[in-house]
Design a protein around this ligand. Structure first.
Ligand code: HEM
Length: 174
């Protein structure tokens, strides 16, 4: 092999290795299949129950400068209970970095920045009132995009849960 060809092969190999490494690093907080944590089965059963019963859920989202204020409720007592279990469990996951939906870009991004998110959860009679905020503008966008996805889960159930959701891009200049 000529010296020039050797250098080209070396450069391509290093680039590919670097790319693989950065993709792996970006995906680091969550676990892929086979890497499920102890709470995963319980948490999955809960959000599957919510998706199945999405028609029994009502939700409002108010956008704040630094996040969202949401109210998610149901007249069905079992659904109320599951909503009240789901939200603290997901907040715990944001803090520990043990992700879910590792194949969905928006969720990967949320778990990457989970430690920069603050959530206050107040149980109402029939659900939860959540205020979720961040001091970082980019993370605020992720919180707001995620809140819109939860609203779509409520509207469409499993039909929406099968879809990927994009990471919000930078503000377009007018
Ligand atoms: C109808 C179904 C669902 C309901 C009613 C629901 C409800 C909620 C609520 C109320 C929050 C607090 C934040 C907010 O209000 O915007 C939340 C957060 C969260 N949910 Fe769900 N959820 C549902 C489905 C799912 C599914 C299918 C997943 C994942 C497989 C999921 C994962 C999460 C995560 C990771 C968070 C914390 C991330 C964040 O708030 O930025 N949820 N969910």
């Amino acid at each position: 092999m000529s010296w020039n060809r050797f250098r080209r092969v070396l450069a391509v190999t290093c680039l590919a290795a670097g790319f693989g490494w950065s993709v792996g690093a970006a995906a680091e907080p969550q676990k892929g299949p086979g890497g499920k944590d102890a709470a995963f089965a319980t948490d999955r059963d809960t959000f599957h129950f919510l998706l199945e019963n999405h028609k029994a859920i009502k939700r409002t989202v108010k956008k704040l400068d630094n996040g969202v204020e949401t109210v998610t409720e149901s007249d069905d007592a079992e659904v109320t209970k599951k909503i009240q279990e789901h939200v603290p469990a997901m907040y715990e996951r944001l803090k520990s970095g043990k992700g879910v939906r590792y194949w969905d870009p928006l969720f990967v991004e949320a778990f990457k920045h989970g430690k920069k998110m603050k959530m206050t959860i107040e149980n109402t009679k029939t659900g939860v009132k959540v205020v979720e905020t961040s001091d970082e503008a980019g993370v605020v966008k992720v919180i707001q995009a995620h809140a819109d996805v939860v609203t779509k889960f409520v509207e469409k159930g499993f039909e929406e849960a099968r879809k990927e959701h994009p990471v919000p891009g930078p503000e377009k200049k007018k």
